[in-house]
Structures are given as C-alpha cells and as structure tokens.
Ligand binder design. Structure first.
Ligand code: MUC
Ligand code: MG
Length: 367
C-alpha cells in the first residue's frame, strides 16, 4: 500500500485553562495534524504537539522535517515498510515528536488497511485505561479544589502534581494540603520537569516523608549525572525519567547509569514502534513504566490509550489522559469520554481518531 503524500497541517486551538509547569506553559495547542496518504485512499493520521521547551521542536520545524526531509524518501514506500521508514527517520537526529507522529500515522493506516484496531495489533491486553489527572502550578487550596472536582466529575483518583517551584515550600505545602484533603486512597505523585537540583529534590522528599507519594518524575536535569544518581540511590520512591528518555537508547543509558529507575512512555514523542522498544527494555529489566501526556489533544490522548491498553505493564498504573479537558475544542469527531475514571479504547480499524473536517478547516492556520 504505497504512500503517495505526507501532509502536515498546522492548527491552533486555545486552552480554557492554561497549564503551567517548571519548564514552560501552554496557552494554545499549536499542534500539527499529520496525514499519510496512500494510493488506496486510506489515510493514516496522528497529532504532533510541539514542545520547544522539552525537545526543541516547533510547529514550523515539525511540518518542515516531515514534508521536506522525510517525505522525499518515504513517498513510494508501503505503509508496511516500517523498518525502512524508521531507517529514513534515523538519518536525522532528534525531531522526536515529528517522528512519533509519522510512526503513529503509519500504524493507523496499517490498522485501517487490515480492518483491525491498532490496540489489538499492538497487544490487545484490555479495553480501557485508568486516568491520572495533571495538576499545574497553582496555590495549594486551588489545587485541592481542582482535584476534588476531577474526582467528583470524572471519578479520577490519581493525580500528578507539577512541581519544581522555588521556594520549595510552595510544592511541599501543596503536597501536604492535597494529601490531607484527598485522603490516603488517592494516588499522588510529583513531576518537577527539571525545576530543582538533585539536592533540592532530596530536601522535598525529606519534607514530604510520610505522605505516601508514589513517584518522583524528572526531579532535576538528567545531565547532572552524579547528583542525580545519588538522589536515585537514596530516594524511597521510584525516580521516573520523562523528557530525558524519548528513545530506547536514552532509556537504557539513564537506567544503566542510575539516572532513573522508572520510565515514562509518551507515544507523542516515541510513536508506537519506539514506545514498544522502550517497554520491552523496561519489562526485561523489571522497571516500572507510566503512560505520560505530552499535553495532548483528544487525538493524541486516544493514541496513548491505544498503546497503553495494549499491554499489561502500561495499563497497570493510571495513564495521564485528561489534559484535553482544558482545551476549548478539539479535532476529534467523536469526543473522548472519561467515565468512572477510565477512557475506553475504540474497537474500530486503526487508532479510531476520526477527524471533524469542519473543525480542521476552522482551526488550521495555513489557509
Ligand atoms: C510532563 O509529564 O512533563 C510538560 C512538558 C512536556 O513536554 O510534557 C508535559 C508533561
Ligand atoms: Mg513529565
């Protein structure tokens, strides 16, 4: 099934509730819808969220690398020539989000061609994922109100608190207020997005001892190798690598050098193919994984559910799947629903992310 064209459509949808975190802030989802067209008329689709503060990519760079760098070598190959297409992508370093979206669009096209859900092709473990909600920077009482609202409205019982602020007391107070207000049954974990030093992270762990926090994600820059290794050795809870581990090679380097002892998998930056490699590495080593969120749209979140529900290890913990609720609108024709704290996979061929063409026309920024 020959690829005839790769299309990268920039679009912008505002956030009703912008998310703030240690490495950046999102006001608008200025993403790229990636389409792989085939000679049979089948179109594979995926969403690419640029994160310049995390990987250096922008809307313009994603469109450019897909259409100008990859497309000339990929057009003419079949959507089933995944290894060859990955060899093309490997010739260009970085550009993780562009590569991830192309990979997911290929899987979507393969699923549609085979008339099979991609989650079934990947592993077919279960038919839904538990949802974890991300709490951005806010005063402690507002964080508690937000968590209670998401608990009551959607049945969510897992929360990731964005941290990495200074003074440290801001985040420490938030942890205490959330635990006290939400009770012991709620799963609470932290993501500092490299905002602290390793020693500051250690101090936060000391001052939140007894609160039952479950994970500490990207506490400091992984390049601070020595102090981070010391933190990982001393931490009573798993230290999760996120932006330091977009590829299987990064994950093995960080795990083997002691930079983390758990891994966050994000389909938006690893696609399904490399995410599978990362997962295999982690299950082989006995390392916990979480399914993260690249501040995804509904289209992107459905890709995460598609992958996460396919394997036992990725569906064990709640996946971060609720950021789309903060957006004013979305491109997905049939909106995602969170019911009893879960999102269901779609039992349709491909990933199941049918696009509302009227909305795409309204939000695309290239016409
Ligand atoms: C996360 O888990 O870090 C924030 C920046 C980014 O690249 O992803 C988000 C969420
Ligand atoms: Mg993170």
């Amino acid at each position: 099934m020959k690829i005839t064209r790769i299309e990268a459509i920039p679009y912008a949808i505002p956030y009703t509730h912008p998310l703030k975190f240690a490495s950046g802030e999102v006001q608008t989802a200025d993403h790229v819808l990636v389409r792989v067209h085939t000679e049979d008329g089948i179109v594979g689709e995926a969403d690419a969220p640029p994160r310049p503060y995390t990987y250096g990519e922008t809307q313009v760079s994603i469109k450019n690398v897909l259409e100008e760098v990859f497309a000339p070598h990929v057009v003419g190959l079949s959507v089933f020539d995944r290894s060859q297409i990955h060899a093309v992508m490997r010739r260009t370093i970085h550009n993780q989000v562009a590569k991830g979206a192309l990979d997911i669009a290929l899987w979507d096209a393969m699923g549609k061609a085979l008339k099979t859900p991609v989650t079934t092709l990947l592993g077919g473990w279960t038919d839904s994922m538990r949802v974890s909600h991300m709490l951005g920077f806010k005063p402690a009482q507002e964080l508690l109100d937000e968590a209670r609202h998401f608990g009551e409205e959607y049945g969510i019982t897992t929360f990731k608190l964005k941290t990495g602020r200074r003074p440290l007391s801001l985040d420490i107070e938030a942890c205490h207020v959330l635990r006290e207000g939400l009770g012991d049954d709620v799963d609470l974990y932290l993501d500092a997005n490299r905002g602290w030093t390793a020693n500051e992270a250690m101090e936060v762990l000391r001052r939140t001892e007894g609160l039952g926090l479950s994970l500490l994600e990207e506490p400091c820059d992984a390049k601070e190798a020595m102090s981070r290794r010391r933190l990982v050795e001393k931490s009573p809870i798993p230290v999760v690598g996120d932006e330091s581990v977009p590829t299987a090679g990064d994950a093995s380097r960080e795990l083997l050098s002691g930079g983390c002892n758990a891994i966050c998998i994000k389909t938006a930056r690893s696609g399904f193919t490399e995410a599978q490699e990362i997962l295999g590495l982690c299950t082989g080593l006995g390392v916990d994984v979480t399914m993260g969120n690249q501040i995804d749209t509904q289209v992107g979140s459905l890709a995460t559910v598609t992958f996460g529900a396919a394997f036992e290890a990725t569906s064990r913990r709640a996946g971060e799947l609720s950021n789309f609720l903060d957006m004013a609108d979305d491109l997905l024709a049939e909106p995602l629903q969170i019911r009893d704290g879960r999102i269901a996979v779609r039992h349709v061929p491909g990933v199941g992310a049918a696009i509302d063409e009227d909305k795409l026309t309204r939000y695309r920024t290239d016409r």
